[in-house]
Design a protein around this ligand. Structure first.
Ligand code: NAP
Ligand code: FE
Length: 366
């Protein structure tokens, strides 16, 4: 047995965790640069609560609310310059994965005067600013990962960068912030977390410790799946989903994703499909494809999900997201070419050829 494990984030989970732990903020300095989306910070209620606490403790803050969905390095560069000129001591990311990932890039660019594309060298001469992450979706787990996934127009794809220095220093997880999430985003993001747990569990890089986290994530998703299919979930379910997405984030912090995410990135980049939903369309075929090599682990995951087989799994996903877009033959080829070259494919338990990716895409969306 041999493995490494590191998630250095201080986690504060629970209702009103920000107000109850207000003493955490001044430990990172006096000037907070808040990175959020156009609406998510305000709609979730998180922005108001955080600025309230910052005002109470006499901290200065700047609200940068220009993060779009699937943010670009250029936007992060703009944020980084704003954070540097504000002389920020630390960054607070509030939102779904998009603002949280952007906050990580901003934290690097605030202290390192470099072209945003140099983020991908993963060498940051100056230490990035400390990051506090406040998720308002329950899906990406970005609050406990060292990854930032940005959309590269030059590569026509999404590409992640990151190293230990951009793990959030602290994360506040309060499920009240996810309560106003509309149904489709609730489902998409929950399935993103499920996808992280599944890809990490089957990955060649899985470890005994990440398996424990993934198995608990399956058990929790299994408890929530019924109510998710019946409309907007109750608070208790939202809280479980937030916890589950955090556990799945801890899994991918060590294993990364494998086969599903690259195909999902193609669908998001070329078709605009939201991230979690894009993954959802491939999950059933992903399990089928890996069944010969990883049948025992897949059965264990399914039993924790309280599902009787891969077909039953596919039916639940279909009920949650419906059928995906129909792709043309040219699109299938283009998406397969773009996905197959992604490094993470190498960690899928069964070796994946370009032809295999094309087949999975076809079976899922043709
Ligand atoms: P998102 O792109 O952050 O947000 C999707 C939509 O939900 C946005 O319109 C957002 O509004 C809205 N929203 C967020 N919170 C809300 C709330 N509480 N109430 C109402 N609306 C809310 O979606 P996401 O699925 O959380 O994140 C996806 C991104 O994360 C992708 O770029 C993906 O590649 C990345 N990701 C990162 C990791 C990682 O480890 N770092 C892992 C998986 C995925 P606004 O536009 O106002 O923000
Ligand atoms: Fe994801």
């Amino acid at each position: 047995m041999e493995f490494k494990y590191l998630v250095p984030t201080r986690i504060y989970f629970g209702v009103e965790s920000i107000a109850k732990n207000r003493g955490v903020f001044p430990t990172y300095g006096k000037r907070a640069f808040i990175v959020t989306g156009k609406a998510s910070g305000r709609v979730s209620g998180a922005l108001e609560e955080i600025t309230g606490v910052l005002e109470e403790i006499g901290a200065e803050y700047y609200i940068y609310d220009r993060i779009e969905n699937n943010p670009t390095p250029e936007r992060a560069g703009d944020g980084g310059r704003a954070a540097a000129s504000f002389k920020a001591d630390y960054v607070i990311g509030i939102g779904g994965g998009s603002p949280l990932d952007a906050a990580k890039a901003v934290a690097v660019l605030a202290t390192n005067d470099m072209d945003p594309l140099e983020l991908y060298k993963n060498v940051f001469p100056e230490k990035p600013l400390p990051i506090i992450a406040v998720p308002t979706t329950a899906g990406t787990g970005s609050e406990v990962t060292q990854y930032s996934i940005l959309t590269r127009k030059d590569l026509q794809f999404k590409k992640s960068f990151g190293n230990e220095s951009i793990f959030p220093a602290a994360a506040f997880l309060d499920a009240r912030y996810t309560q106003k999430l509309p149904y489709d985003i609730t489902v998409n993001t929950a399935i993103d977390a499920l996808s992280h747990a599944l890809e990490g569990y089957l990955s060649k890089r899985s470890t005994p410790l990440t398996d424990i986290l993934a198995e608990e994530a399956f058990r929790l998703f299994g408890e929530c799946a019924g109510s998710l299919q019946n409309g907007l979930p109750a608070f208790e379910v939202r809280e479980k989903l937030l916890y589950m997405s955090m556990l799945a984030g801890m899994v991918i912090a060590h294993t990364g994703t494998t086969l599903v995410h690259p195909m999902g990135y193609a669908l998001t980049y070329f078709k605009g499909t939201p991230h979690g939903r894009a993954n959802a369309y491939f999950l059933k075929e992903y399990l089928d494809y890996n069944y010969t090599d990883s049948g025992a682990k897949i059965e264990r995951a399914l039993s924790l999900l309280k599902l009787d087989g891969v077909e039953a799994f596919g039916e639940v996903i279909d009920r949650l997201v419906g059928k995906g877009p129909r792709l043309s033959e040219e699109e299938i080829e283009k998406f397969a070419r773009a996905a197959a070259v992604q490094k993470s494919m190498a960690y899928n338990p069964r070796a994946v050829t370009d032809q295999d990716v094309m087949e999975i895409l076809k079976k899922s969306l043709w």
